[in-house]
Design a protein around this ligand. Structure first.
Ligand SMILES: CCCCCCCCCCCCCCCC(=O)SCCNC(=O)CCNC(=O)[C@H](O)C(C)(C)COP(=O)(O)OP(=O)(O)OC[C@H]1O[C@@H](n2cnc3c(N)ncnc32)[C@H](O)[C@@H]1OP(=O)(O)O
Ligand SMILES: O=C(CO)COP(=O)(O)O
Length: 695
């Protein structure tokens, strides 16, 4: 295994960061296991604190409570009226939902799991760092409050690590909301359920009975404090290492008992999990290109065991400051409004729903704030902009520079102490030797990697795109640090006049924020604050030069603003191609543009992009072949009124709002260099579609 610094505490060589982060000391929880093995560890007596109002219940008793609850009984009555089915049938349905959902957490399964997990972790990781300070805060809260754990989600390892950390520190093991994907896995599905997974559907739509069983199931755990509840607010593993916008169903269900004065408070704990190397890196890259993820199966898991021979570096798990929902909502909600209606019927007020949305966003931004940025993240930020190759020495210089910028922006950087930049870089290149290597001229170049077997990819462009997307995965990990100043930098760099007023700059910033709002997370209503703060940072770091409330463009186009602009250029170029594709959708006979499903729009835009890349018409940003980027762009265009959605026979179709889309496209083209597009034909399902963009 590649040996990295043993004490890779946060930036010891950077006094500013050390003073800010001194108390956030990380502890490697694998070290003790390497010294003492796992057998006794898995059998040892545990001394867990429990919630002070908890009445101990078995999983079966929890299910019984849910079935007998007013909420579920009421939902059964309603379902009988709506569906006209006999009561016994609806009751059986409710039982079936609950049986499918409920966990069967027990220490026997957890101990056996822990035994295997320790071995797996020791094989995969050099170190698993946890901020002890954060854990101590959780320990202090467990007796007093129901706990809601909300980790970031970038790998299947997240939930295994979370449970393992709770086991390690003798904390009550969480129960975890899990998608159904694991349910079909022989033995593993059962093991996860017995270790605390409760299975929920991806989407409940307007199935009121399902909502009722789910809501009661979650809330009874919260109210009785049976166990901390863990769930992933982004709803899926991020395939891009960027945060996804939050979902609110689970958060609403968990916090409703507080709003309805059933409990005095809930503590919400954000957890950021950062990986040096992500287990699923190549699977993600190909998923982004459109290859479906292989179905979860026990045999697949067994086949993947070779991965244990690989080195995945370190993991940092950061437990953030717990948030009291009572304090968070003080002055914003009036709980007495619920006094008149039964708890199981009344819905949440608009203020409460807004607060939940705000909290969801706040949690995702907190994840980002505590993500640990590794040297590799900064290396990939440079490498993505140097596709022609860069020497190790030059890369070291550039990375030092990026590190300073990231640290100015408040990033949480992990940089091994007392090692030269070059040796740090070389260790990281070794760790990621499946993506990059150093050639005989000491230049870092991409390695031609074989795609995962299930992809059956042979197309050269797809393989190149796969490599680029793998690299971008790690660069993406730090994009949240730069995105706000970058929107200013892009506006300044593309400005054709000598000066730019702050108001005009802000207008441009808002346009870019709207465009990027699905690829990055912005808190609704915070644009002005974000803008002012980023502008201040850029002026303090001499990126932007201001005179009399105007930006002096000539002096502000410099290395910093250019670097930021180039970092986000692929996103804008990708959206621009999407706009071109949409504008070229020829009107049908009725004179209306062709309506297509989102999937078709995205797929066809990807094909157009591939052609443009192949013919060298656009810059070689292979990452814009990502379906995720196209989907996000399309959603953003919809929110900007440039695309219209229409539901026909239950299927959602999209078509451009040509006027608004043309405005957006024209505006967008002012921020980046765009080519004149030739007529390009793409072959879709044996039909030739010609895309001939006219601006
Ligand atoms: C020591 C060793 C041990 C090791 C031991 C290891 C243990 C190992 C365990 C494994 C564990 C795996 C863990 C995997 C991790 C994942 O699998 S992550 C994926 C699963 N988790 C999640 O998705 C959580 C986040 N998702 C959510 O919160 C989603 O909102 C939900 C709850 C899934 C629902 O999704 P949805 O149906 O799409 O609902 P949503 O968009 O929220 O709302 C839809 C509509 O329903 C309405 N609605 C909301 N609430 C309600 C309501 N109560 N009633 C009726 N309608 C409602 C909404 O208003 C909305 O209406 P519109 O605004 O659309 O008109
Ligand atoms: O979040 C999940 C498992 O952790 C659900 O699976 P996906 O990430 O594939 O959506």
């Amino acid at each position: 295994m590649a040996e990295q610094s043993r004490n890779s505490w946060i930036s010891k060589d950077d006094p500013k960061l050390v003073s800010a982060r001194q108390k956030d000391m990380f502890e490697d929880i694998l070290e003790e296991r390497r010294l003492n093995g796992e057998f006794r560890y898995c059998l040892r007596a545990r001394d867990e604190p429990a919630f002070k109002l908890n009445k101990r219940r078995t999983p079966a008793q929890i299910k019984e409570h849910v079935m007998n609850s007013d909420r579920v009984q009421y939902a059964i009555e309603q379902a009988c009226i709506e569906t006209k089915l006999p009561r016994s049938e609806v009751i059986s349905e409710a039982f079936a939902i609950l049986d499918e959902m409920a966990h069967n957490q027990n220490m026997g399964a957890i101990r056996s799991f822990a035994f295997v997990l320790v071995k797996i972790f020791k094989a995969l990781y050099q170190r698993i760092y946890v901020n002890v300070d954060g854990i101590q805060k959780v320990r202090g809260m467990v007796k007093e409050y129901p706990i809601l754990l909300m980790p970031s989600h970038r790998s299947y390892m997240d939930f295994l690590l979370m449970s393992y950390v709770f086991y390690h520190y003798d904390l009550p093991l969480p129960v975890i909301a899990a998608a159904m994907d694991f349910l079909g896995m022989k033995f593993v599905g059962w093991l996860l359920r017995n270790s605390g997974a409760f299975y929920i559907r991806r989407s409940f739509g307007d199935d009121h009975l399902y909502w009722a069983v789910f809501t009661e199931y979650v809330q009874t755990h919260i109210c009785n404090g049976d166990a901390p509840i863990e769930f992933y607010v982004e709803g899926t593993r991020s395939r891009t290492s960027k945060s996804y916008t939050p979902k609110f169903g689970m958060l609403s269900a968990a916090l409703e008992p507080y709003f309805k004065s059933h409990i005095p408070d809930v503590m919400v704990v954000p957890v950021s999990i950062s990986y040096d190397r992500i287990l699923e890196e190549s699977l993600y890259a190909y998923e982004l290109l459109g290859v479906p993820k292989p179905k979860e199966s026990t045999s697949g898991l067994f086949k993947a065991r070779k991965i244990l021979e690989d080195d995945f570096g370190n993991v940092h798990i950061y437990f953030g400051e717990p948030i009291s929902i009572r304090k968070y909502s003080e002055g914003f909600v009036d709980r007495s409004l619920h006094n008149l209606a039964p708890r199981y019927i009344a819905s949440l007020t608009n203020q409460e729903q807004d607060l939940i949305k705000k909290l969801g966003h706040h949690m995702v931004l907190t994840h980002q704030k505590h993500m640990v940025v590794s040297p590799w993240n900064m290396m990939t930020a440079v490498l993505m902009q140097c596709q022609e190759g860069i020497s190790v020495r030059q890369l070291a210089k550039e990375v030092e520079w990026v590190k300073r910028q990231a640290s100015n922006m408040g990033a949480y950087i992990d940089w091994p102490a007392s090692e030269t930049a070059e040796s740090v870089l070389r260790a990281n290149i070794k760790l990621h030797s499946n993506i990059v290597r150093v050639n005989t001229d000491d230049v870092v170049e991409l390695v031609s990697v074989a795609p995962p077997a299930h992809t059956k990819a042979t197309d050269a462009m797809m393989i190149t795109a796969g490599q680029h997307l793998m690299l971008s995965l790690y660069r993406n990990h730090i994009l949240h640090v730069f995105v706000r100043p970058a929107m200013i930098a892009i506006s300044v760099n593309s400005c054709t006049s000598e000066r730019l007023s702050i108001d005009d700059l802000f207008t441009k910033y808002c346009f870019l924020e709207q465009l990027l709002s699905k690829d990055f997370v912005f808190v609704p209503g915070s644009s002005r604050i974000d803008f002012d703060l980023s502008l201040r940072t850029l002026t303090h770091t001499s990126g932007i030069v201001m005179e009399l409330d105007e930006v002096v463009i000539g002096q502000s186009v410099n290395k910093l603003t250019t670097f930021y602009s180039q970092m986000f250029e692929p996103f804008l170029l990708g959206y621009w191609i999407l706009c071109q594709y949409l504008l070229s959708n020829h009107p049908n006979v009725a004179g209306k543009p062709l309506a297509k499903t989102q999937k078709t729009v995205v797929k066809e835009t990807q094909m157009l992009t591939a052609r443009l890349l192949q013919e060298g018409v656009i810059k070689q940003h292979y990452e814009i072949l990502s379906l995720d980027m196209m989907n996000n762009g399309l959603q953003a265009l919809f929110h900007m009124g440039a695309v219209i959605k229409e539901r026909r026979d239950g299927v959602v179709y999209m078509y451009p709002n040509t006027r608004q889309l043309s405005n957006v496209t024209e505006n967008l083209a002012r921020f980046i260099d765009v080519p004149r597009l030739p007529a390009v034909s793409i072959n879709i399902h044996s039909k030739t579609v010609t895309v001939n963009a006219k601006l």
